[in-house]
Write a protein that binds this ligand. Structure first.
Ligand code: PMP
Length: 423
């Protein structure tokens, strides 16, 4: 009898016992595995070490000295690099510090305090402020809203982006809906890229709020895993063409291109929006780190240089994604216990479980030394109504640890599933 046929004759009780024993063995190994956050691994960080030793030019002209204060909107060459990546004009770019998340937080905090360029009043003076949040989505977007008192309305992600019928109906009639979070390419965590139809509708939909903003977080714009890449339409062009030139705030960063903690971030918007933000920003700072901006351009050169560099990242992380996909296929090939995404880029695999079991799976995995992203984190207010969604972040652990981690996860999923069947 081969192994498969032996397995198939086991009763659910026997299989349950076997899985419990396997988990016990893992637990006895005092493992400390962490798959909770989408962080690059050391090998990925090493790809950019050369940047640390790039000398900076010491200019004769004191006004151009990179070491000194100034240049609030960023160095022209850095603006050009980000403008090419985000497909906007350099005049539509502000270079920030190391974090695009911090630029997003700032953009919304400024909107609350002062309003946007096209607001009638600060958002804090509105009766309420609401945001549409495609789900599952990025937990840190949701915690920004929670902290700023922005009410979140979840809208389901479909295969080609957010459910536009719902979105259009919501924004058309409610002037307190001031914006929407979008991770339009290789979305966190679903891996979905918005279709041309979705991008066009987001740009042209009728909004009751005249200062409605798309928070277009293009964090994974250059993060392709394979030669065949997803195409994303240009949101800025679509907004301009639809007569809504001030609708989109775009964000991205080099966090997962060079160094996650010491990269360069950028924001883009119409010139009117950018000039409005620069006026407020000029009170907040005299400028960001020009030395790092210079080094990024010297190292990456241009958008072709970024693409070439990202291929090296893909070579490191693609096998890790593949291990997860292979193990899921091996354990749950019939898709009864679990369903998952096969993203062409980005940092996550999206996993949906049966029987409201995500919280229990996360708890059980922790008993065996595996930390996963908290169940519910991918929904506003941590409320996943089906308790089914888990975000798998394969990039950080070494390949061998990752394999162990996913084996533990698969055991936990099957265990919880069988226990539910027993009830
Ligand atoms: N946006 C998304 C969608 C992300 O997944 C992440 C990182 N997990 C960020 C923003 C953070 O970007 P940054 O490092 O530029 O702050």
């Amino acid at each position: 009898m081969n192994e498969l046929s032996t397995m198939s004759v086991k009763t659910p009780e026997e299989r349950l016992k076997e899985l419990e024993m396997q988990l016990k063995i893992y637990a006895s190994r005092n493992l400390d595995l962490n798959m909770s956050r989408g962080k690059p691994c050391s090998d990925q960080l090493d790809l950019s070490n050369e940047m640390l030793t790039i000398p900076i030019p010491i200019e004769n002209d004191p006004n151009k000295d990179l070491r000194n204060y100034g240049t609030l909107d960023g160095l022209p060459e850095t603006k050009k690099l980000f403008a090419d990546i985000l497909e906007v004009n350099p005049s539509e770019i502000i270079i920030g510090g190391n974090s695009s998340l911090s630029m997003m937080y700032n953009a919304l905090a400024k909107a609350m305090l002062y309003g946007t360029f096209d607001s009638e009043r600060p958002w804090k003076d509105e009766i309420s402020v609401k945001f549409i949040c495609p789900v599952p989505g990025y937990d840190r977007h949701f915690t920004i809203c929670e902290q700023l008192g922005i009410e979140m309305i979840p809208v389901e992600m479909k295969e080609d982006g957010p459910d536009m019928v719902k979105v259009e109906a919501l924004v058309k009639n409610d002037p307190t809906i001031k914006g929407m979070w979008c991770v339009p390419k290789y979305s966190n965590p679903s891996g979905i890229t918005y279709s041309s139809d979705v991008v066009g509708r987001l740009a042209s939909m009728v909004t009751a709020a005249t200062d409605f903003k798309l928070m277009w977080d293009n964090a994974y714009v250059v993060h392709d895993l394979y030669d065949e890449v997803d195409h994303l339409d240009n949101i800025m062009e679509a907004c301009k063409a639809a007569g809504n030139p001030d609708r989109a705030y775009l964000f991205t960063s080099m966090s997962k291109v060079t160094f996650a903690g010491a990269a360069v971030a950028a924001m883009a918007g119409s010139e009117a929006c950018i000039n409005h933000i620069l006026k407020i920003l000029g009170v907040q700072t005299i400028g960001t780190d020009k030395i790092n901006q210079y080094r990024h351009v010297a190292f990456l050169r241009d958008s072709d240089g970024v693409t070439a560099h990202m291929k090296k990242h893909a070579e490191i992380i693609r096998p890790k994604f593949q291990v997860v996909l292979d193990l899921f296929e091996q354990h749950f090939g019939d898709r009864v216990m679990a369903q998952w995404s096969k993203p062409k880029g980005g940092y996550f695999i999206n996993l949906n479980l049966k029987n409201s079991s995500a919280k229990e799976v996360v708890r059980l995995a922790e008993t065996a030394g595996l930390k996963l992203t908290e169940a519910g984190a991918t929904f506003p207010y941590k409320n996943d109504p089906l308790d089914s969604n888990l975000r798998i972040a394969p990039t950080f652990p070494p390949l061998e640890e990752m394999t162990t981690a996913i084996e533990i996860l698969c055991i936990c999923i099957e265990l919880v599933y069988l226990k539910f069947q027993e009830k």
